[in-house]
Design a protein around this ligand. Structure first.
Ligand code: BGC
Length: 494
């Protein structure tokens, strides 16, 4: 029986792989690349001598002193602000972005993101002083806030139902490619004196320009059109993106979902109801925990970290490239595994893997890295291996699933608002880790890795006792099949 003979259900609404959908994948690529590039670029740039001499001469001076404390040489609030200001801006703007999505649609939201990205890339690449640098980062952050709300929402609304999970993880895959690309760029330009760092920051304009063109080419999502009462246009668009005429069943479902959403007075008020707590708590905790694994301490500061354990500039950037490759490849594993082995198994296995890595790194540094000494080649090699082992576990579990699960567990009326809460929790904790990591390393020394290990232990308990399995459950059956059946969460349901 071919597709046209099967009874129509949300799992097999008629669709073809159209050119339009291909364009959307292109868009996903540039939205994810943009975010990943911004995550990946700062570590290498802040480790470059030319950059430090220009903006953070005190950090550079401290680094030069032979007797300087290994764990403290980069501790500088301004240096950390360079990295973390982006996330603070993203946190604030993701709420504005959720409003923009609702009022103007997904397309203008993505367009706004790309314009901020371009302005931010230009300003930070041309920066003459720290203020200009930070303003550039803030503009990039607003871009991230708008992009990370608009693009995933856009994607999940245009993806055929049966591909929604894969398309969602695809976004994360391009985030990891963006990080890797940034590491490669940093590696390539680190020899170009004295402005290699300007090239690194300017290249952020390339995926931003891609996103800009993409956002002009695409049309609005059917859901967003229907939500804003443009029914006829919504129907026409749905036909265009599905490549078939027979879209009435899907269109009616979109209409019904939008009607239901209108019944709920305010999505944010709706979120405050007891029955909304389970997906809200799970969505927020997943994002908080995702950051408390210490992933971004590794991602932002990998080159700095590798320098700390005794690699020279080149070696440390190269090690960051290696972790970047591991990150991309392991995310592909997740795309394949997530619907087969399930969410819980992946998350739990990764907890074990990440716990072992953080504890082992902590012990090696604690025993062997004194404040002024350095590791032997073998010890440093083992640390790089352990970092890769850690990134591998993260990349096939908490990385993509931290985003996937909050996007699939909210009912339609609170989906966008609930997702915005998850996005902003992610940004808040990314900000906190980015701002605090170098100072914490200075004070806690190798114990910082035990600190993250302790969080990972708690996360394991969370997965065992509180996280329900959502593999293979249709999005609109979550309440009945997941929350109402869970020993803890059923108490919240009517
Ligand atoms: C996280 C980012 C992280 C990235 C690493 C994402 O899921 O949200 O904070 O840098 O994964 O690949």
């Amino acid at each position: 029986m071919d597709d046209s003979e099967k009874p129509i259900s949300p799992q097999n609404f008629p669709s073809k792989l159209t050119f339009y959908v291909a364009i959307c994948w292109f868009l996903a690529a540039f939205g994810g690349l943009m975010f990943g590039y911004d995550i990946g670029i700062s570590g290498g740039v802040t480790a470059m001598d030319d950059f430090q001499i220009k903006f953070f001469p005190k950090v550079y001076e401290r680094k030069l002193h032979a007797k300087e404390d290994n764990y403290c040489k980069y501790d500088d609030q301004n240096l950390q602000l360079f990295t973390s200001s982006l996330y603070l801006a993203a946190l604030v703007s993701s709420f504005a972005a959720s409003k923009a999505c609702e009022l103007f649609g997904r397309k203008p939201t993505i367009l706004i993101a790309s314009v901020f990205f371009i302005a931010g890339a230009a300003l930070s690449a041309a920066a003459m002083d720290v203020a200009m640098l930070i303003v550039g980062r803030i503009l990039l952050g607003v871009g991230v806030g708008f992009g990370n709300e608009g693009v995933p929402l856009f994607l999940s609304e245009i993806a055929p139902v049966k591909h929604r999970g894969a398309v969602n993880i695809l976004f994360q895959l391009f985030v990891t490619i963006g990080i890797l690309f940034a590491n490669l760029v940093n590696f390539a330009v680190s020899k170009i004196h004295p402005y290699g760092w300007r090239i690194s920051l300017a290249i952020a304009g390339a995926p931003a320009a891609g996103l800009f063109i993409g956002s002009i080419v695409i049309s609005e999502t059917p859901t967003s059109l229907v939500e804003r009462n443009k029914l006829e246009q919504g129907h026409k668009t749905l036909k265009k993106i599905r490549g078939v005429d027979n879209v009435d069943a899907e269109f009616n479902q979109i209409k019904a979902a939008c009607e239901a959403a209108k019944q709920a007075k305010s999505p944010f008020k709706e979120l405050m109801k007891k029955s909304s707590f389970p997906p809200l708590i799970i969505g927020i905790l997943l994002q908080v925990f995702q950051q408390m694994t210490g992933i971004n301490a590794i991602m932002f500061y990998a080159p700095v970290l590798f320098q700390t354990v005794g690699f020279k500039n080149d070696g440390s950037l190269l090690s960051a490239v290696i972790t970047g490759v591991v990150n991309v490849v392991s995310t592909v594993v997740s795309v394949v595994a997530v619907d087969k082995v399930g969410r819980k198994a992946l998350l739990l296995e990764a907890c074990v893997q990440m716990f072992i890595s953080q504890m082992a790194i902590g012990f090696i540094l604690h025993l062997n890295l004194t404040a002024t000494g350095s590791l032997t080649k073998v010890e440093a090699g083992v640390v790089v291996f352990l970092v890769c082992f850690f990134v591998m576990g993260f990349a096939w579990s908490w990385g993509p699933l931290g985003w996937l699960i909050p996007s699939e567990t909210f009912p339609v009326e609170t989906r966008a608002a609930g997702f915005a809460c998850a996005v902003s929790s992610n940004m808040l904790f990314t900000f906190i880790v980015a701002q605090a990591f170098l100072s914490m390393m200075c004070h806690l020394k190798a114990y910082i890795f035990f600190f993250f290990a302790a969080w990972i232990f708690v996360m394991g308990l969370f997965v065992v006792f509180l996280l329900p399995e959502t593999k293979g459950v249709p999005i609109d059956a979550m309440n009945e099949r997941v929350w109402k059946k869970h020993p803890v969460w059923k108490k919240f349901m009517d």
